[in-house]
Design a protein around this ligand. Structure first.
Ligand code: SF4
Length: 426
């Protein structure tokens, strides 16, 4: 038993009928009060009828009546206007600081045993890769599940908006700059996100715009800034990139990054930073103002087409400079990264754009894009599928990821609508 659960039970009045105080007076709850998460009584402005009298005031909740003494409320005048002391078990009499005795309501007789059982089941330590409410989920109506997922999809986007706001601050409100940095960040995947962001920030967007029509120069600029052109090369292609970069560098104030910042370990060769930088150069080549271009596209397939660029021809049979690949392959960005760019970069950026301009249409467009994308496939999504919740699009898979990481894994069932339904209909 926890005070948080007792407060929840009181707040939602998950109690059997016929409430009576410990001195035998019937209680009708006209308003349970406003939950107070700061110092002071647990509920403000409660409205009760006790016997023939109506009371308006504060309520304090404890597991045992004696907690009043251990919390030293008897010495605190802030608790003098308590109209009811709600406890799970009544184990002693207490007095307020002004010497009066508050009315006490013992909840234990009014809490259905299955309510406590359900709560215990939800709060039991979460086994790895398990959903605490999986056995009760089938009883939760579809409407409750879908409205919960809708709200969580928004919460997920808002969580992802933090990085957008950070970049917007850094770029002094520049939407194109932010879009370019954000896309670069997610181009790096989990492992090379930061180096990719540093690369984008170290390469002036105006310089990229100037060489937009020359994909080879764009690649030279980015590879050079990434620190990949500092070696001696055997192959003609990197030698050409090197010469182009040196020429570009002499006319601009460019300082390459250290190539040691890039990680090649534990990632598939097709995701090596060399390949990703070449694809990024192609994206810059095919879109002059990426933000403005994306803003004009409503169909998710057109955005996928724009993002799904192919690395330059040299990379058909290479993953690193001067190292021939065993098997030639055309290296497109691929479905997974394309989807990740839409979900993690474009959708939150579009959503923030709509929120900051107070234009709901862009926020709806952002959600609409997620709904057009197919559901993601990962261990968390598969776990929910086994529990009976099969997502039908990326908005729902994003919602499930939010639910799992921010609620289920931290036992926040009392803040979850599914949890509310399970406890309310025990
Ligand atoms: S947080 Fe919600 S969905 Fe997750 S286990 Fe608890 S009740 Fe179930």
């Amino acid at each position: 038993m926890t005070e948080a659960f007792l407060q929840y039970v009181w707040h939602h009045q998950m109690l059997d009928r016929g409430l009576t105080t410990t001195d035998g007076q019937p209680v009708v709850v006209l308003r349970p009060g406003d939950l107070n998460r700061d110092a002071g009584p647990d509920f403000f402005n409660a409205h009760l009828q006790v016997g023939d009298m109506e009371w308006v005031g504060n309520i304090e909740v404890h597991i045992h009546t004696s907690d009043w003494k251990s919390h030293r409320h008897s010495e605190d005048a802030a608790y003098n206007n308590i109209i009811l002391h709600v406890v799970y078990e009544h184990d002693c009499e207490i007095t307020l600081q002004n010497g009066t005795t508050p009315l006490t309501l013992e909840l234990k007789p009014y809490m259905h045993p299955s309510l406590v059982e359900h709560y215990d089941a939800l709060m039991s330590p979460v086994e790895a890769e398990s959903i605490p409410c999986r056995h009760q989920l089938p009883e939760v109506p579809q409407l409750v599940r879908s409205s919960t997922l809708e709200r969580l999809a928004m919460e997920r986007i808002e969580g992802k908006s933090e990085i957008v706001h950070r970049m917007l601050d850094e770029s002094h409100g520049g939407w194109e700059q932010t879009c370019y940095w954000l896309v670069a960040h997610y181009f790096g995947g989990k492992v090379n996100a930061l180096p990719f962001e540093l690369l984008a920030k170290s390469t002036d967007q105006r310089l990229l715009a100037r060489w937009k029509d020359d994909p080879c120069r764009l690649e030279a600029l980015l590879m050079g800034q990434a620190g990949f052109l500092n070696n001696y090369f055997e192959d003609d292609y990197p030698r050409k990139l090197q010469a182009d970069y040196d020429a570009l560098r002499s006319g601009a104030n460019l300082e390459p990054m250290g190539s040691h910042l890039w990680k090649f370990y534990r990632i598939r060769p097709s995701s090596f930073p060399t390949i990703r930088i070449s694809q990024f150069a192609q994206l810059m080549h095919h879109s002059s103002n990426l933000f403005a271009t994306l803003l004009d596209i409503n169909d998710v397939h057109d955005i996928e087409k724009l993002f799904n660029q192919e690395a330059s021809d040299y990379w058909i049979d290479h993953y690193k400079f001067d190292v021939p690949a065993s098997r030639p392959t055309h290296k497109h960005i691929g479905k997974m990264l394309t989807q990740s760019l839409i979900i993690n970069a474009w959708v939150p950026l579009l959503y923030v754009y709509g929120a900051m301009r107070c234009e709901q249409i862009y926020k709806d467009q952002a959600i609409g894009l997620l709904m057009q994308l197919p559901p993601e496939d990962n261990a968390v999504v598969r776990r929910w599928q086994q529990a009976g919740i099969a997502a039908v699009n990326a908005a729902e898979t994003q919602a499930l990821l939010q639910l799992d990481s921010h609620y289920c894994q931290s036992n926040r069932c009392l803040e979850c609508r599914i949890g509310y339904h399970i406890l309310k209909h025990k």
